[in-house]
Write a protein that binds this ligand. Structure first.
Ligand SMILES: Cc1cc2nc3c(=O)[nH]c(=O)nc-3n(C[C@H](O)[C@H](O)[C@H](O)COP(=O)(O)OP(=O)(O)OC[C@H]3O[C@@H](n4cnc5c(N)ncnc54)[C@H](O)[C@@H]3O)c2cc1C
Length: 383
């Protein structure tokens, strides 16, 4: 049985960043994933400036943007009617997750992390992992960064999430024959799904098109997606849809137990309005690793959770505010007022844009919304 300071389960953005950060601080780290990298992950691949800054903070250098597409124009639609086209917006970078995640994983391995990817787990305890072939690894601290269906969370709490309270997204990758990405703007469609939206993200060689929203109010997400594809002039019958859950606002208040920490989607750290999860996955991976480093420095692995929870406070606070604000944007009664305000108000459009681009944080946005709320309520009830 090999021993490490930390075992990180899942080598997506959360896990690779956690492994890299811990290894850089001198800990011995094993990074596990059932997939072999490079691997696909269903995602729009929108890499915001928030993600970019987080990447710079962790790796001490910029993410190589040469294969990303950067847009400074966006079109907003509702019910197949154009609401606004904004030019000169804060840059939005569109990446392919296959490439982004492979870069993160390779950064971790290059930093000396021990590679156990491409191997399925069969058993898990607080300190030990057993692979299907019987090999066992042990560590003082385990970081579960294994996504929305987290086996680590299921081991700790019986289930990862209640699928009724989280979100679900469907996507296709439209080829250049179906839609030339160069000719189309980056597009967001409010109302394409209940408590969610549709997106069309042009990349270098394809366009990622999807709809996502809370799962419970969208029992037939496929019908929403078919309609959205038709609205975009795409044929829903020629492509197979792919779907994936996302913990759209249902974060774990206690992200782990003693020496076992959950990061990224496994901890529910996804923005409840925009669905952005890459930045918070990377950040929480870094914070979980730092909590592990600090706990082990005191020879007190069991204090890792308390340390991690403390460092997550600002993120949890933001997610709570975002959950309140999303009612104003997505609740059916309010969405009419939101769309009308969005159509008329350049300030609201810019605020939303800054939010999407990762330039504004929720406490600041919450204060600004509170100031405008009386007028907004009036508008909502006039309709
Ligand atoms: C349709 C959709 C569109 C999205 N679009 C965007 C977007 O445009 N921008 C954005 O910022 N966010 C987006 N998100 C959210 C984003 O994809 C996630 O928040 C992000 O991937 C979370 O990273 P993670 O490292 O926590 O988990 P993941 O990226 O899911 O990585 C988890 C890793 O764990 C591994 N794993 C799982 N189970 C096991 C196991 N039993 N044993 C070993 N390994 C395991 C997996 O193979 C995977 O490599 C989107 C999500 C969806 C569903």
């Amino acid at each position: 049985m090999q021993s490490f300071d930390i075992i990180v389960i899942g080598a997506g953005p959360a896990g690779s960043c956690a492994a890299y950060w811990a290894s850089q601080q001198g800990l011995s780290v094993a990074l596990l994933d059932k997939a072999t990298f490079p691997r696909h992950k269903l995602c729009g691949g929108l890499f915001t400036e928030r993600s970019r800054h987080t990447y710079q903070d962790i790796f001490g250098r910029d993410f190589d943007m040469s294969r990303a597409v950067t847009r400074t124009q966006i079109a907003f639609w509702h019910d197949n009617t154009e609401l606004a086209v904004l030019n000169g917006i804060p840059p939005l970078h569109l990446t392919m997750r296959l490439e982004l995640d492979n870069t993160l994983y390779k950064n971790a391995i290059a930093a000396g992390v021990n590679d156990f990817t491409g191997r399925a787990l069969s058993e898990l305890s607080d300190t030990t992992v057993t692979f299907r072939d019987g090999e066992r690894l042990t560590a003082k601290i385990i970081i579960g960064a294994d996504g929305v269906n987290s086996v680590v969370a299921r081991t700790l709490f019986g289930k990862a999430f209640d699928t009724e309270t989280i979100g679900f997204g469907l996507e296709i990758e439209a080829s250049t024959d179906e839609q030339n990405p160069l000719e189309h703007p980056l597009r967001i469609d409010f109302g394409s799904a209940a408590w969610g939206y549709g997106w069309s993200f042009p990349k270098q060689h394809s366009t990622t098109v999807g709809v996502g929203g809370l799962r419970a109010p969208n029992p037939d997400m496929k019908a929403h997606f078919s309609k959205y594809l038709r609205d975009l002039g795409l044929d829903p019958d020629t492509t197979r849809f792919k779907g994936h859950h996302l913990p759209f606002g249902d974060f774990r208040k206690i992200p782990g137990r003693r020496n076992v920490l959950l990061a990224g989607d496994a901890a529910g750290l996804v923005d409840p309005i925009t669905g952005e999860g890459i930045a918070l996955a990377m950040k929480s991976g870094q914070l979980a690793a730092q909590a592990a480093v600090d706990a082990l420095a005191q020879n007190a692995a069991d204090t890792a959770l308390a340390r991690y929870q403390f460092s997550l406070r600002p993120i949890h606070k933001s997610l709570k505010i975002a959950r309140m604000l999303r009612r104003i944007i997505f609740a059916p009664r309010w969405q009419v007022a939101f769309v009308a305000t969005f159509r008329k108000s350049g300030t609201v459009r810019m605020q939303y844009m800054r939010l999407l681009a990762g330039e504004v944080e929720y406490p600041e946005l919450g204060r600004s919304v509170l100031r405008r709320l009386p007028r907004y309520v009036l508008n909502a009830f006039r309709r």
